[in-house]
Design a protein around this ligand. Structure first.
Ligand SMILES: NC(=O)c1ccc[n+]([C@@H]2O[C@H](COP(=O)([O-])OP(=O)(O)OC[C@H]3O[C@@H](n4cnc5c(N)ncnc54)[C@H](O)[C@@H]3O)[C@@H](O)[C@H]2O)c1
Length: 381
């Protein structure tokens, strides 16, 4: 196979973007094989913009047309697992959009089915994993540069969305259409990076506000506290109503600290000895001397790394990596099966707030679904 023929399911904001990138030749080894959308206005739009590309109203017809080798699911989140499974069933490679689904039970079904087709490529659009900044943070943690993790905090409130954003389409910010708010729409990238870099916690406790500053039924304000089961803890804060938002990710280890600001700058402080050793060896007089105007360089080195990113480059990188995996087996940066971790975190945060207590991971998937369905029913009343 020279070039992967991609079928884009859903030609809305994201699908439209990918159709543009690929047809402009920006994605190596990929062409648009077909487009699909249930909305008749998208059919008209595609006929004008891409007259030579086949268009389907039903994605199953597209999968069976012989025009695509792979698909990407640019449709509301609930549909990603079902479409991934239907593609893989027909020996078509699947790239699912984030989040992998709304609840872990449906994502687990997708993962289990994909595991029966190891010869096919199954990826997820976690474009932030292609960001050299987060790759560097992961490398530093994996290599133990700041030692054993003691605490993680991420405040990511740069998602300001005015009411007009929510009013533009029916499915957004509803339990039935979207399955959640900021946790399932805006923050999945950070939930994935958080667990990719720091690991999955064992327990989650949260305070979540639903329709707090926006006229929506789902969450627009989240504070979650996690316990990694080994003494380490973490906090994740996100919202969609902070017009002067923050993006600050801190990881404290027993041998140093990493601070990421605005996804652009890493400051890493590496202790010369671990904090426990310093606690044993330093006298209180040494401490006061160093901290009251002395040289902190005596106890740690500091390095600052700055990064810049080009808009669109990350999504193109995910597509190219997906195509390369199909063509020559290049390892995937974001295997599709990894999508379940971020969904499990979002589900646990929701469930903890619904039950008003700490919840354990792995999650009680059935209980989550019962509680989610209650909210769908209430919303429809
Ligand atoms: N990776 C990223 O950075 C990123 C960014 C934005 C959106 N997304 C994801 O992409 C997905 C789509 O988001 P969007 O903003 O493009 O939404 P959108 O509402 O703009 O577009 C969705 C499109 O899907 C179509 N559709 C719905 N059901 C369909 C079906 N059964 N078959 C075919 N088409 C169908 C709709 O008609 C619409 O055109 C979401 O899951 C979202 O989380 C990912």
């Amino acid at each position: 196979m020279k070039k992967v023929r991609l079928g884009i399911i859903g030609v809305g904001a994201q699908g439209g973007l990918y159709a543009g990138f690929i047809s402009e030749g920006k994605v190596k080894n990929m062409v648009v094989g077909a487009l699909c959308d249930i909305d008749p206005s998208k059919k008209e739009l595609c006929a004008k913009k891409y007259p030579d590309i086949p268009f389907y109203e039903d994605y199953i017809d597209m999968l069976e047309s012989g025009t695509v080798d792979a698909i990407v699911t640019c449709v509301p989140h609930y549909l990603h697992p079902e479409m991934g499974i239907e593609a893989l069933k027909r020996d078509i490679h699947a790239l699912v959009e984030k989040p992998a689904g709304v609840y872990t039970k449906q994502v687990r079904e997708l993962n289990e089915f994909a595991a029966t087709k190891p010869e096919l490529t199954f990826g997820i659009v976690f474009n932030q994993r292609t960001n050299p900044l987060y790759q560097k943070v992961k490398e530093m943690i994996d290599q133990g540069e700041i030692g054993q993790i003691r605490r993680t905090n991420w405040i990511i409130t740069t998602w300001w969305r005015p009411q007009g954003y929510y009013d533009q389409s029916e499915w957004r910010a509803t339990w039935a259409g979207e399955g959640g708010g900021v946790l399932v729409n805006q923050a999945p990238h950070q939930l994935d990076l958080w667990q990719w870099i720091c690991g999955m916690p064992k327990k989650v406790y949260s305070n979540v506000k639903y329709g707090y500053q926006r006229d929506i039924t789902v969450e627009d304000e989240v504070t979650a506290m996690v316990d990694y089961g080994n003494g380490a803890t973490g906090v994740f804060i996100t919202c969609t109503h902070d017009i002067v938002g923050s993006d600050r990710f801190e990881i404290l280890g027993d041998k140093g600290k990493i601070v990421v600001e605005d996804s652009k700058k890493i400051t890493v402080k590496r202790l010369h000895e671990s904090e426990s050793e310093l606690s044993k060896s330093m006298s209180w007089a040494d401490v006061t001397k160093i901290f009251m105007g002395g040289d902190l360089g005596e106890i740690y080195d500091e390095e600052v790394l700055e990064f810049s990113s080009v808009w669109g480059a990350q999504h193109i990188a995910v597509m190219e990596n997906f195509a390369a995996n199909i063509i020559d087996g290049t390892p995937l940066l974001a295997p599709g099966s990894d999508g379940i971790y971020g969904v499990a975190l979002a589900n646990a945060i929701h469930l903890s707030s619904w039950l008003g207590k700490e919840v354990e991971l792995p999650l009680d998937e059935e209980l989550f679904l019962v509680e989610l369905n209650k909210r769908i029913e209430e919303e429809e009343k």
